[in-house]
Design a protein around this ligand. Structure first.
Ligand code: DC
Length: 231
């Protein structure tokens, strides 16, 4: 059977990565979490004092982009790839609320997007890939055979992210998480370079009231239909 490219875009905390991992596992495809790449670049900016509450030294930061080496390494025990920043596993550090609160600003920088999109396109050259993010169906793989656009109400998304952070032992309050989700929605959809928009040929899935199983089944039906159409 011919391999395809599956692009999953949508708002933050819509469960894109959970779904993308499930599909990749089912099909034996590679899964790439592009949000993790933008988060790792943001972590680098924070660690090296290019960004803080009061300022973002964007011009200096852009000059350092070639010092940032991003890679994914497959973790057998977990069954998915983890994010490495300059050969250090940063999977935990990139999921903090601190990184979440700066990542939209860093990912709005055109030079950052240019570099990461180039790497993402290279990863997808052989197809057989499920990639999730904000601009996968519109910019990274406009020719993807299957494009999904995920949405859910902001409250339900904040609740999911809150539960995740609490489970990891982070001390956060719900309103702070909800505010972060809403702010990121706004910045991600209003930035000039590659804003989050639904590609014309993407299929929209609102999973506010769907269980993970229901969601997986409906997407797998779309995958099967797409694969049949390739033959
Ligand atoms: O998927 P996520 O919440 O981990 O993504 C973190 C941020 O990265 C998100 O707020 C916007 C940015 N992002 C992006 O601009 N383009 C992508 N393809 C993926 C993520």
């Amino acid at each position: 059977m011919q391999n395809i490219t599956i692009a999953i875009d949508g708002f933050s905390s819509t469960g894109k990565s959970t779904l993308a991992k499930q599909i990749a596992k089912e099909l034996g495809y590679v899964y790439v979490d592009t949000g993790a790449m933008y988060r790792a670049v943001t972590l680098y900016a924070l660690q090296n004092n290019f960004i803080n509450e009061n300022s973002f030294k964007v011009n200096d930061f852009v000059l350092e982009l070639d010092k940032i080496n991003l890679s994914f390494k497959f973790n057998e025990a977990l069954g998915f790839s983890e994010m490495y920043l300059n050969d250090v596993n940063v999977e935990k550090e990139i999921r903090t609320l601190e990184v979440s609160s700066y990542v939209s600003k860093v990912s709005a920088v055109p030079e950052v997007r240019y570099q990461l999109v180039k790497q993402q396109q290279k990863m997808g050259e052989g197809k057989g890939i499920v990639m999730d993010g904000r601009d996968i169906g519109t910019v990274v793989f406009p020719q993807a055979e299957l494009k999904i656009f995920m949405t859910a109400s902001p409250k339900i998304r904040a609740q999911r992210r809150y539960d995740e952070l609490i489970k990891r032992g982070d001390k956060v309050n719900f309103d702070e998480v909800l505010q972060n989700v809403q702010e990121r929605d706004y910045i991600d959809s209003h930035r000039e370079d590659s804003p989050l928009i639904k590609a014309q040929d993407a299929i929209e899935i609102d999973n506010t009231n769907l269980t993970l199983e229901e969601q997986f089944e409906s997407i797998m039906n779309l995958v099967r239909m797409t694969l049949e159409n390739q033959e």
